[in-house]
Design a protein around this ligand. Structure first.
Ligand code: C2E
Ligand code: MG
Ligand code: MG
Length: 727
């Protein structure tokens, strides 16, 4: 027997069926096509007439198809042998019909063959057109090999290399290729493209407590939610683990991107149902935009990663845009971690106590313990900065327990009517030994449990909620009180309030500050939270009250307690003891009569363009709608200027008030929030237009395309007096 036939028999990956039954009835002359191979039932052969109808199928082919010859002979060959399509529906080769019509040779044509058993096999066809003596086309003659096993394997490999098996989203490889292709095409056509990087907050916890299958199920649901939000805007993929990515072509409006990121954060933090149990996770999002934050895929990805890292650092459950300051911040954070560890070893972290006051009587009811860290070189470092760093490793446990022990001891020297509130990081809270640590701190100090209040943020309601519930029950058994901190900022799921774990809700500062401004929706939110808390038997605290009109508003809306600079900044234990010794258990409100629009106080060198001259100025403060600058003398009110905040952020402004060397600017278009407490412009001038102005694209690093470069080529006569900014 010729060896070639053995090979094809092997390739079919199936045992060779023994010839059985009578030979099929065929119209064409079988001896012309077959020979001894057909007799043995090994090879698969076929033939058509000039109209493309099957005239012959060898016995083996019929066995494979599970059909009788009668049911197939006479059918169009394209009905029996069907074209295969790729994953995305695109054809993988020229169609069989096309080739037959063109009467071209068939070489390794792969077809799908439905069998009578309802399954599909994949065959590889070879064939050639047959001409008679007069050169008339008489049909095709050909052979077939079953390649089903190999085909299934190959398509799976192809699929695996493009698609994430678990979620069906694009995988890392496909995303990488898409991003590269998109960026190089967009560079030619000067289009923009945003890249969002997502990382789930506390996914690991679900995986650990509920098991890997539950984790997998959660990832699938996340993928679905993400796809339904992103829909037509762009492409979603999973990079692996709990990391997802979104590619958004032609997106550079940071306002729109921020809104989209917000919707993603909100949606992914709604509860999930997994095998009858509830789980909650959060997500952080980092956003970078080409060409501003990177021209190449690598660079853009790094920028988005850095933004993600910063979002996670801030507090998780937020989004963050890339800025070039982040690059410096990332290395600073690493250093901060080392410094913090040393400071803890040397016992340099202290506690400050801020009063919570009853606004009806001005009596102090409680002090909140707040960590303070004074670093020799850096000065005072805010807990908002170092707590997230500590949360990156187990340092938070040490710091948290230290704060807990110290606060209990300090509180014992206060009048019995005054409670102490201690902040608890979610990571600390969900750790198995936490209840014990609380019990130990109470016992060591002798503080009655009812005087200790633990402040917990919504971020503990993630992961497996039944485990979280059990921790709450355990703590309540100890007799301590629980407060929900920063209410309204986090995972916005109210379900957990109903469990009755909390004695107190602290309304976040962001609802309080500015609540007296016209048209603000926050007073309505405050009223609603107070009503909800009352209905559920909880006390309310308004956080961050600074101005008299805010105090008036929260008092009128029924907040039980007020905490804020209006009553007192955080005090040292000595100051507290002095006040108590004076018998001044009361605090009197003292602050500005009205809230002023949020201004970020800064001291930063920026640029100012007037007519065609570029000046250096110092930015003193910045709000959404305006700024104050110093560094120029004699600029009259009404002057039109353009403020250059760096990185392509140009703000068209008007001078609305001026002293000799300082000016107040009003912006033509308000800035937008950058998601982490700062402001930024909605759009940036594109590096492409700078390139047109003569600055080569290659010379522009990520996020760095200062107009100052333009100014060097642009010597002009100043109209105002530039002061020396170096002093
Ligand atoms: P928090 O628990 O919401 O604490 C309130 C923060 O608001 C404190 O900031 C306080 O100084 C500030 N604040 C109070 N009234 C006003 C006001 O009228 N205006 C303004 N602008 N701010 C006001 P601080 O001390 O910087 O703490 C920041 C955050 O750091 C705290 O927010 C808390 O989440 C965290 N933190 C502080 N101490 C600890 C701790 O011992 N453990 C843990 N896990 N977190 C802590
Ligand atoms: Mg707190
Ligand atoms: Mg708070």
């Amino acid at each position: 027997m010729p060896l070639g036939f053995l090979k094809s028999a092997r390739e079919s990956n199936r045992p060779v069926p023994q010839p059985e039954g009578p030979a099929p009835l065929v119209r064409s002359d079988r001896s012309e096509v077959l020979g001894e191979v057909e007799e043995l039932g090994i090879g698969m052969f076929w033939a058509t007439d000039a109209e493309g109808r099957l005239t012959f199928l060898s016995k083996r082919a019929l066995v494979e198809l599970g059909s009788e010859a009668e049911s197939l002979i006479g059918n169009a060959i394209t009905q029996v042998f069907q074209d295969v399509e790729a994953e995305d529906g695109a054809p993988t080769q020229r169609s069989l019909a096309f080739k037959l019509k063109a009467r071209s040779k068939l070489e390794e044509q792969i077809v799908a063959v439905p069998t009578a058993r309802g399954s599909t096999r994949w065959w590889r066809l070879n064939g050639r057109p047959l001409l008679d003596a007069q050169d008339n086309f008489r049909g095709y003659r050909g052979s077939a090999v079953d390649i089903s096993a190999q085909y299934a394997y190959e398509t799976q490999v192809a699929r695996q290399s493009q698609v994430d098996e678990l979620t069906g989203l694009a995988n890392r490889r496909k995303l990488g290729e898409r991003l590269k292709a998109m960026l190089s095409a967009f560079r030619v056509s000067q289009r923009s493209c945003a890249l969002m990087m997502l990382d789930l907050d506390r996914f690991k916890q679900v995986n650990d407590t509920m098991g890997h299958p539950a984790g997998d199920e959660l990832l699938k649901q996340v993928a679905q939610r993400l796809s339904s939000i992103v829909k037509d805007y762009g492409e979603v993929g999973r990079l692996g683990g709990d990391e997802f990515q979104v590619l958004l072509p032609d997106m550079d409006d940071r306002g729109t991107l921020g809104e989209l990121a917000n919707r993603i954060v909100q949606s992914l933090s709604q509860p999930y149902q997994i095998n009858g149990r509830r789980a909650i996770i959060g997500t952080s999002v980092g956003i970078a935009i080409a060409p501003y934050d990177g021209l190449e895929a690598d660079e853009l990805t790094r920028s988005a990663d850095m933004a993600l890292y910063s979002a996670k650092e801030t507090r998780g459950g937020t989004f963050c845009f890339f800025t070039s300051e982040l690059r410096d911040a990332a290395s600073k954070t690493a250093m901060l971690g080392d410094r913090l560890r040393d400071a803890v070893d040397r016992d340099e972290l202290k506690l400050a106590y801020q009063p919570l006051v009853d606004p009806a009587t001005n009596e102090v009811k409680c002090f909140e313990a707040l960590l303070r860290w004074h670093d020799e070189e850096e000065g005072d470092i805010s807990p908002a900065l170092f707590i997230p760093v500590a949360e990156n490793d187990d340092l938070i446990i040490r710091i948290g327990e230290m704060a807990l022990r110290q606060a209990c001891i300090d509180a014992l020297s206060w009048p019995e009517t005054i409670k102490v509130a201690v902040n608890v990081s979610a990571k600390q809270f969900i750790r198995p030994g936490y209840r014990k640590a609380v019990a130990a701190a109470l016992q060591a100090s002798g503080l009655p449990p009812g005087r200790l209040e633990l402040e917990i943020t919504e971020s503990v309601f993630v992961g497996d909620l039944e485990t979280v519930d059990a921790i709450f029950r355990d703590l309540k058994k100890l007799g301590v009180r629980l407060a929900l901190d920063d209410f309204g900022t986090g995972y916005s799921s109210l379900g957990y309030l109903k469990h009755g774990h909390f004695n107190k809700i602290k309304i976040d500062q962001s609802f309080v500050r500015g609540c007296t401004e016209n048209g603000d929706i926050n007073p309505a939110i405050i009223t609603a939270i107070v009503a909800l808390a009352k209905a559920l038997g909880m006390e309310t605290v308004a956080e961050g009250v600074e101005a008299m009109d805010e105090l008036e508003l929260v008092r009128e809306r029924g907040a039980d307690l007020v905490q804020g600079y209006i009553y007192s900044r955080p005090l040292t234990q000595e100051q507290v003891l002095t006040q108590i010794a004076d018998g001044t258990m009361k605090c009197n409100p003292d602050g500005p009569p009205r809230h002023r629009a949020e201004r970020i106080t800064i001291f930063r060198k920026v640029g100012l363009i007037h007519e065609d001259h570029y000046y250096d100025v110092i930015l003193r403060n910045l709000s959404k709608t305006g700024a104050r600058i110093t560094g120029l003398a004699g600029v009259p009110v009404g002057t039109d200027v353009v403020l250059d905040l760096g990185h392509g952020q140009l703000v068209v402004s008007k001078v609305v008030n001026a002293t000799e060397n300082s000016q107040g600017l009003k912006f033509e278009t308000p800035l937008i929030s950058d998601g982490s407490g700062g402001f930024m412009t909605r759009h940036r001038i594109s590096p492409y237009s700078l390139a047109e102005a003569g600055i080569p694209l290659a010379a522009l690093g990520a996020g760095a395309f200062p107009l100052a470069k333009w100014r060097e080529a642009h010597k002009s006569v100043p109209k105002f007096v530039q002061m020396d900014l170096s002093i």
